[in-house]
Design a binder for this molecule. Structure first.
Ligand code: MN
Length: 253
């Protein structure tokens, strides 16, 4: 089985090395096409106004000066054009990709892109107690991911569907739950204002604390309870119930 690895934390990120170890337990045919620099928060963006630079680091390892979506497109359209992968794994992200964060996430968007191309794709993210450099703990992903991926790769989980897996911040997860995408209180992300050395203000997005009471069966609840969360997601954002209401409004302006 040919597996393509990518991420949004960049080609040098510890989580990508973790993902490579995970993938090598499943196959020897591993290819990596990952962003040259960190792209967290890049979402599903695509580079259209600059050239895409591709650097070959070794036979099966490439760095792209671009977004995670660029990486998947470069892999499928160029590096592996003749022999596409059977599976795409994105991560392991340093930090969660839960609830509405999936739309900001480069990690999840790489899996979206793979799915659009018709290739089974899985995003993997690891929650942590401590996000300081060097303190990152990917043990839950390392422990639980190989069997999960093997299991999912063995069967079809639905056309146009990709998996968003989040590992809880504990070395040994209590188990795995199939979950739905949750929703946080808006305003969880806030702005910090500081002053730069030249006296000008600058702003930086920062995360607040999670929900005290996450919804039942949500991804947020599963990881809060110490479980691995597996959410099947799809790219059709249509709210079908609203269609008939809108049609009514068009008829009766
Ligand atoms: Mn990231």
């Amino acid at each position: 089985m040919r597996i393509l690895l990518t991420n949004d934390d960049g080609i040098r990120a510890p989580g990508l090395a973790v993902l490579e170890r995970i993938a090598r337990q499943i196959s020897d045919d591993i290819w990596i096409v990952a962003p040259a620099e960190e792209q967290s928060g890049a979402g599903h963006s695509l580079t259209l106004t600059e050239p895409l630079r591709l650097r070959r680091l070794d036979k099966r390892r490439y760095a792209v000066r671009g977004t995670p979506t660029d990486c998947v497109m470069m892999a499928l359209g160029h590096v592996l054009r003749e022999t596409p992968p059977d599976l795409i794994l994105s991560g392991v992200n340093r930090g969660p990709n839960l609830a509405e964060d999936v739309t900001y996430s480069g990690t999840v968007s790489a899996a979206m892109e793979g799915t659009l191309a018709g290739i089974p794709s899985i995003a993997l993210s690891q929650l942590m107690e401590d996000y300081k450099e060097g303190a990152e703990d990917f043990r839950a992903a390392e422990t639980a991911a190989p069997d999960l991926i093997r299991g999912f790769a063995a069967g079809a989980w639905g056309k146009g569907v990709f998996l968003n897996i989040n590992f809880p911040a504990r070395a040994n997860p209590k188990g795995t739950r199939v979950t739905e995408q949750g929703l946080r209180d808006y305003g969880n992300i806030h702005l910090i204002e500081e002053t730069d050395p030249r006296g000008f203000p600058y702003y930086w997005f920062a995360y607040g604390h999670g929900l005290a009471e996450p919804a039942e069966n949500s991804d947020l609840e599963a990881v809060a309870d110490g479980y691995v969360s597996v959410s099947p997601l799809h790219l059709n954002l249509t709210e079908y119930d609203a269609m008939s209401r809108l049609k009514e409004l068009i008829r009766r302006p």
